[in-house]
Design a protein around this ligand. Structure first.
Ligand code: ZN
Length: 389
């Protein structure tokens, strides 16, 4: 790979012919059309969306004469470049000189570029950037791209995968899943955490269709001219969830619906009964983990571990232990009611509080409450035996 350090490119030159696409949230071209700011393996522009502070900081750095760091171009033909690293910084500068955002001056007033004093404008436009122009094979460039991704907001896993497996498939997939203007995003956000711009929906769709083996899937579909399988699988999972769970709850967001679909989609569910059960569990103060409710229902309401049923508190255990132990001693029997009925060896054994556990006399799943009246202390062995039934 060839590299050539250039110190002759000014901000004015870079920003000549700057085009920013508001809809896709990305800077497109600069350097009089010779520079592609966002090649398809790059991410969308996020300096502006993450609080807005970063793009202001880029401009302020220039005004103070601070270095902006190295920028890397990939030379793709004579006088044709694409930005390998520095897209966020260049887009910030391009957006500023085209009056897309303002900074605060020394008096705290909002200043757009066109309203600044001529000397300040010149200071910005005449500032030279430090640019490495590189030439190499696609795989060299991409391998290197993984290691130079140091400045700005780090790429997340999906953004890196998009870079490594860039091609027609990634372009189509991003069009479908990473466009924040997509009208389905609101619906998807009910079930999936994250944002389109940071590739979270795409990451989820790929994870589901590939059963977790995203890299292999992307590699084998890299040159594909359509994303039909990916899109169909994703929509099938979403539609399945919608048809089983007609309620919309905030705990639905971020559940691994792809796995639940694989495990349960062959079973029939009565959406009305599911909804009634869901509401009952949402109203149950003993259910600590509401996220677990969905899998609990899908699995036929048997695995109560998914719900983290509230345990008896220490005070209740102590009170029940004292009462149980006093009675047991008076009868000369074990304070574990199951030991008391058992073989001679432990029939009269008085266990310490530390050697006992609290048990629901009537199980929670059969309507038993987590309160004093439904609490009995059992020795640890008997509690385990009863818990496993
Ligand atoms: Zn016992």
């Amino acid at each position: 790979m060839h590299t050539n350090l250039r110190t002759d490119i000014s901000i004015q030159a870079i920003c000549t012919g700057f085009v920013y696409n508001e809809l896709e949230g990305k800077g497109l071209f600069g350097l009089s059309g010779k520079l592609t700011i966002q090649p398809e393996y790059q991410r969308n522009y996020i300096y502006a969306t993450e609080g807005g502070g970063k793009e202001v900081a880029v401009v302020e750095s220039v005004l103070r004469g601070y270095p902006l760091g190295l920028i890397y171009f990939n030379k793709i033909a004579d006088d044709r470049f694409e930005v390998l690293d520095g897209q966020q910084r260049i887009t910030s500068l391009g957006r500023f000189v085209t009056d897309k955002f303002a900074i605060r001056d020394g008096q705290g007033h909002q200043q757009y570029f066109s309203g600044m004093a001529a000397d300040k404008r010149a200071l910005i436009l005449d500032t030279k950037l430090l640019v490495y122009a590189c030439e190499g094979t696609e795989s060299e460039i991409k391998e290197w791209f993984k290691t130079i991704n140091i400045a700005g907001v780090p790429l997340n896993d999906q953004e890196l995968l998009n870079a490594v497996y860039s091609g027609p498939f990634v372009s189509l997939a991003k069009e479908a899943f990473s466009n924040s203007q997509n009208s389905n995003i609101h619906k998807w956000s009910t079930y999936i955490k994250g944002t389109a711009i940071r590739q979270d929906f795409l990451a989820c769709a790929l994870k589901w269709v590939s059963k977790g083996d995203v890299g292999t899937y992307m590699a084998s579909h890299r040159g594909a001219a359509n994303i039909q399988q990916l899109a169909t699988y994703f929509h099938t999972v979403i539609q399945w969830v919608e048809s089983v769970f007609t309620d919309v709850e905030k705990e639905m967001c971020g559940i691994d619906w792809g796995r639940l679909y694989e495990e349960h989609h062959h079973k029939p569910y009565d959406a009305k009964a599911v909804s009634a059960k869901l509401q009952e569990l949402y109203g149950d103060a003993y259910v600590k983990d509401r996220k677990g409710i969905f899998e609990y229902i899908l699995g036929g309401c048997t695995d109560t571990k998914l719900l983290e049923i509230r345990a008896f508190d220490e005070m209740t255990k102590k009170v029940v232990y004292e009462a149980q132990t006093i009675k047991a001693k008076a009868k000369n029997k074990s304070n574990c009611p199951l030991c008391a009925e058992g073989p001679e060896a432990s029939k009269r054994k008085i266990w310490s509080l530390a050697d006992m556990d609290a048990d629901h006399v009537t199980a929670w799943s059969k309507g038993g409450a987590t309160d004093k009246k439904n609490c009995q202390m059992l020795c640890k062995t008997h509690n385990r035996v009863k818990g496993n039934r």
